[in-house]
Design a protein around this ligand. Structure first.
Ligand code: PXP
Length: 238
């Protein structure tokens, strides 16, 4: 069974545009779960541009809700994440000026730092995932530093598909990395830039166990409503 993680960061983006309390990310987390989401993803960015610490704490305290917290390797953020105690952590690279997460982690440069962070979360029984580019080398390093899962960055594939360009080489790269990670005992996830079409394409890779999708789900909900969009994705990944 493939799982759907719904990223609700942009519910907070919308709330913050008015500086008031609506729409509430906490309510949207509960609502997405009720609609069929297997887990909720939130990214506690260093600049808190969408989800803030209070949202993260409240969302992680919802009973029966599985929460995947995306964080950078910044030591204050790591300390906060330990206090917030999510079920899952996904370590991502973060640049101040980026609009969204551009590319996977630089695992060669940050190997020891990330290895030590993984150790901390594993001691707390928090499933830890690394956001990586579709590179076999990065899969091997992820194994060497004890990651439970890798989330393969699907931004390039999504962009090629949306522009109507040939995406077969990128899909092959993602496939090879998924096989390799699975062989090494690492669970494979996929995320970034996914919509109905790109998600459908990736369902051909049986090793991908979880999709984490945000911007498209929240945007499409304007037209169809969150409940219907979640249901549509669940049908696609079934
Ligand atoms: N996975 C990771 C690790 C991310 O950083 C993001 C963006 O925050 C996503 C998935 C979701 O990407 P999108 O909003 O494009 O669906």
């Amino acid at each position: 069974m493939k799982r759907l993680g719904v990223n609700i960061d942009h519910v907070a983006t919308l709330r913050n545009a008015r500086g008031e309390i609506h729409p509430d990310p906490v309510y949207s987390a509960k609502f997405a779960k009720k609609s069929g989401a297997d887990s909720i993803t939130i990214h506690l960015r260093e600049d808190r541009r969408h989800i803030n610490d209070n949202d993260a704490k409240r969302i992680c305290s919802i009973k029966g809700l599985l929460v995947n917290l995306e964080i950078s390797t910044n030591s204050d953020i790591v300390k906060n994440a330990i206090k917030i105690k999510p079920n899952f952590i996904c370590i991502v690279p973060e640049k101040r000026k980026e609009i969204t997460t551009e590319g996977g982690l630089d695992l060669i440069k940050n190997k020891t730092k990330i290895k030590n962070i993984i150790k901390k979360f594993k001691k707390l029984n928090i499933r830890t995932s690394l956001f990586v580019n579709p590179s076999l080398k990065d899969i091997r390093v992820s194994k060497a530093i004890n990651a439970d899962c890798v989330e393969i960055h699907t931004g390039k594939l999504s962009s090629l598909v949306k522009k109507g360009k040939n995406f077969s080489n990128e899909l092959k790269r993602i496939k090879k990395c998924s096989f390799h990670a699975n062989d090494l005992g690492i669970e494979v996830h996929a995320g970034h830039g996914l919509d109905y079409k790109t998600t459908k394409i990736l369902t051909s890779i049986k090793e991908i166990k979880e999709f984490n999708i945000g911007h498209f789900i929240i945007g499409e909900s304007i037209f169809l409503g969150l409940k219907n969009v979640v249901k549509k994705f669940k049908t696609i990944i079934k």
